[in-house]
Ligand binder design. Sequence first.
Ligand SMILES: [Zn+2]
Length: 498
Amino acid sequence: MPFTLFNTATRQKEELRTQEPGVVKIYACGPTVYDFFHVGNARAFIVFDTLRRVLADRGWKVVYVQNITDVDDKIIHKAEAEALPPEKLAAKYTEAFFQDLAALGCLPAHHHPKATEHMAEIIALVRKIMAAGHAYAVNGDIFFSVRSFPGYGSISGKNIDELEKGARVEINEAKQDPLDFALWKAAKKGEPSWDSPWGPGRPGWHIECSAMSMKYLGESFDIHAGGEDLIFPHHENENAQSQSVTGKPLARYWLHNGYLKIEGEKMSKSSGNFWIARDVLKVIPRQVLRLFMLSAHYRSPLDFNPENIEAAGHGYAEFQRTMERLRGIIRLPRQEDYLTDTTAAELEKELVETGRSFSAALEDDLNTAGALGFLFRLANKTRQIIAGRPPKTHQLLQVFHAVHEALGKMAEILGVLPEPQPVPEVVQKLIEQREAARLEKKWELSDQLREQIISRGYALEDTTFGSLALTQNQFILAELFTSQQATRGVPADRNRKK
Ligand SMILES: [Zn+2]
């Protein structure tokens, strides 16, 4: 089956055909490091991390680049507020970004280029754009001339004349046209700056991404990804700058994830309506956050609310327990009998169908919600079979082995695999003693042993294969929404819409 993705630039699902067979080159816009990122940003990181895992699982060699914007107006303003030099502030939040990215279970990119380390590339690209007649200098500022590039609007589908009508009249006498945007900004007093042919200054945000993506992935690469809010103007401008000198679109497929909302409103730093990702991760496991993020199609909006988080937590807890049951059962001594087992055959059929449906869902524009549905269906079926006290057959044990492996692999692709927590030897011993007591019908002793197991934080489950100790899920999800640990921004009254 072909792998299809919805391309913002063509407004349709297209088969993924990479320029170099077997290799897929992806650029995902990274953070502007002026603060800890919020869970809305985390959605983009998780979605595109998942895309990359899925593609790698299908045998593609993935080259994944995610930049760090470490020079920007927001950094300069925040540095003033925190009384730090801008480069110190950027370094502090860059480090935090890497910690939090790992805490989300996102694989590091192959390259995480920083804007401040690519000034030569940025300046060279600005020079090329000027030489091609698409930019002009005014008092040390360089502007891109939007009207000089006929393809402007091709990514966002916006019409240049409509944009012109809607453009705010800015108090910027320097620009020839209100649509034009800065490639390079002349240095202001006290701000970080770099030498350039136009005097000291710093790059605009859009040019950083063009220069760094082209450096690591070439003039025209496969996938450019980011949040929906980046379509315009950021991605439109990136493409215009690049294509104006190379004659080729910067990327073939433009992918955008939908907004994460709080109570129906877009989560954003500027509106004060947000949750800090690292604080959320203090209260809920990363797998729950990922399950929540992947429970909707990546292009749909998703609401961050107690009900949705609770549902993800519940799904995860069930899944975790079923994985523990399977792990426990397949560790037990093998059963040597050769009965024909219809339960095993039934589960095996479900296993094969799940593998097929899971892949098909992901191949269809990364339908993670569908894929998770199939994963949970197989886990539930397995749980029901175990609870139904099936005959203890060799055949069923073998299928349990295969199901455990398959569920593990699927969960790993989505980054939601629970970390195996081995049952401590002391608990294992208690289980054996209890089983022995039960065989001897010493019920009082067996009950005492059960209490001891529970007091050590384990739930006890008796199956036809033997007794299993399952970890109790300690996290209380509702806590997130009342906890003092998690920082939730509050919209300033002036920004409240109601
Ligand atoms: Zn970017």
